[in-house]
Design a protein around this ligand. Sequence first.
Ligand code: ADP
Length: 630
Amino acid sequence: MNKKIHFFQSINFKIALVFILLLMVTLEIIGAYFVKQLEQQNIQTFKQQVQTPAYVNNQLADDLLKTDATSANKEIGNVLADLNNSADIRVVDSKGIIRGTSDVNDQGEVGQKTPDSDVKNVLYNNRSYETLSYDKKNQASYYVTIVPLINPSGDSNSVVGAIYVRANMESVYKGINSITIIFLTASLVAALFSSVIAIVISRAITRPIDEMKKQAIRMARGDYSGQVRIYGQDELGQLAVAVNNLSVRVEEAQEASEAERRRLDSVLSHMTDGVISTDRRGNVIIINEAAADFLDVDDSAVIGQSILQILKIGNDHTIRDLLENQTELMLDFSSHEHDLILHAEFSLIQRETGFISGIVCVLHDVTEQQKDERERRQFVSNVSHELRTPLTSMRSYLEALTDGAWKDPKVAPDFLHVTQEETDRMIRMINDLLSLSRMDSGTVKMDMELVNLNELFNYVLNRFDMMIKADTSAADNNRTEARNLPANKKYSIKREFTKRDLWVEIDTDKFMQVIDNIMNNAIKYSPDGGVVTCRLLETNNHVILSISDQGLGIPKKDLPHVFDRFYRVDKARSRAQGGTGLGLAISKEVVEALNGRIWVDSEEGKGSTFYISLSYQPYDEEEDDLWDEN
Ligand code: ADP
C-alpha cells in the first residue's frame, strides 16, 4: 500500500515544473517581443544615421547643376568627406555617371558610368529606393538606400542625380545579438533560481500533505497514536485538523466495534447452545465452541465448509431449501458412546434492503427432553400393561367363579385367594407408583433425624429373623407388610458390622423401606437356604451398607437397568413372586433424596451385592466427652 512515489511523479515536482514552465513561457514571450522591438528601433536609428540630411542633398544637387564638372566633383568630394558617415556613399548625376564617392581608395570610379540598375531606376522614376541585402562574400547584411536629388530651385520632377548609400549593418545585429545573449543568460539564471524557489515553496505545500498521507497509512495499519502537525491556519491546516479528528473518531469507532466483537465472541463462546453462521452460499464463517463440540469438529477447520456438510444434511436439503422454507430440523448425532439429539433452528441474516447475506443456525441439545419424553411414553405404556395383566387374570378367575366354580369347594377358595393376591399386588403397585410420583413432583418431605445406623439396620434385620421363625411356626401377619415373601423360604442372615456407632442423618421410615426392599429381593431371588450377608462399614466421610446374597445374580447387560421403573430381568418370575418392578426404583429415589448413592455388583449364578453409601461426619470423641460432661 505504501508504494514509494518517484520524485518525478510527486506533486512537489509537478508544482515546481508548472512554476518553471510558466516562468519560461513568460520570459520567452517578453524576450521575443523585447528583442523584436529593439531590433526595429535599432534599424530605424541606423537608417536615420546613414541617410544624408536634406541640406546635404540640396547642396549636392546644387553642385551637380554646376557646369564646371571638375570643380563640381571636387566640391562633391568635399561635401562627402565632411559628412563623417561610415557608410559607403556615391553621388550619381542624371546621366548615371558617378560624380563622387566617400570611399577614399576608390576615387577612380569618379567619372565612370554606374552599372547599378537600381540607381538607373531611381533616376528614371524619381522615386527613393531602399533595401536590406545579405552579401554572401562578406557575410554581412547591408542597408542600401538610393535617393533622387531634386533641383532645389526647379520643380519637383527635375532630377539632377541620385545619392547612393550602402551601409554595413553588422554592428546593429551584433548589438542585438549580444542583448539577446544577455537576455537568455539572465532568463536561464532566473529559471535556475526560480526552480530552487519553486521546489522550496512546493515542499512547503506538500510537506503537510505528505504527513497526512503517512498518518492515513498508519491509520489503515491500525495505529492511531500519531498526530499530524498543523503548519498554519490555511486550508491544509484545516485539513490536518480534520485528519486528526478523523483519526480519533476512527479509533473510537474501532474500539467500540472491537469491544462489541469481543462481547459477541464471549457471548457465543459461553453459550450452551451451538451457533453457526454462514455466508450467502452457506459456507461457515463463525462457529462457536458449543457447536463444534456437538458436531465433534475442529472449529477452525470447518470455516469455509458448507453447513450442509457439517450438519450432515446434504442428502436431504439444499441451501436454497434452508433459505426458503426450512426453519427447524431435528438432527440425530447419536454415536455408540452417547446419545445426541439436536434441534436446529435456522434464520436468515437479512439487510434492510432485503438482501440475504447468510444463515444463522442455532443448535440446541434436546437429548434429555427427547429421552424424558420417550421414558414418559414408555412409563405410561408400562403402567397400563402392568395393571392390565393382573386385571385380566382376575377377570378370568371371576368368570370361572360366576360360571359355577363358586359352588366347587375344592377350587373356589384357591380362585378367591388368587384374586385376592392380584388385588394386593395391584394395591402395592399403585402405592409404589404414588410414592414415586410424589418423589418426582418433589412433594415428599424428608423427616431427617440423626440415627444410629447400626441399631436401625439391626432392627430391620431382626424383623427378617423373626419372619423365619414366624414362618416355621406358620403364623404370619408381617408378610404382606414386608412385601410378599415366598412362603417357607429358608435363609439365614449374617451380620458384619463395624464396632463403632455410625450416626447419620436420615428419614428413618423411608430408609427402612429401602433396606426392606433390598432384603426382600435378596431373599426372593435366592435359592432356599441361602445366606444373606449384611455389612456396615465406614470410610473417611461415608458409611457403606451392603447386602449380598447367593442367588441368581443379574446378567451384566441388565445391571445398568435394575433401578429403572418396571425393569425386571425375568418378568414372569418377578410377577410370580408378587414383584412390581418398582421397588429398586423407589429405593434409588429415596437414597438420592438423602444425598446418598446406591449401586449393585453382581455375577450371574453366584449372587448380587447391593451397596448404599451415605455421607457421614465422624463424631469427635472429645466432642462426645464434652456432651457427656454437660
Ligand atoms: P421386583 O418387584 O420385580 O423385585 P425391583 O425393582 O425390586 O422389582 O427389582 C427389579 C429387578 O431387579 C427384579 O425384577 C430382578 O430381576 C432384579 N433383582 C433385584 N434384586 C435382585 C437380586 N438380589 N438378585 C437378582 N436379581 C435381582
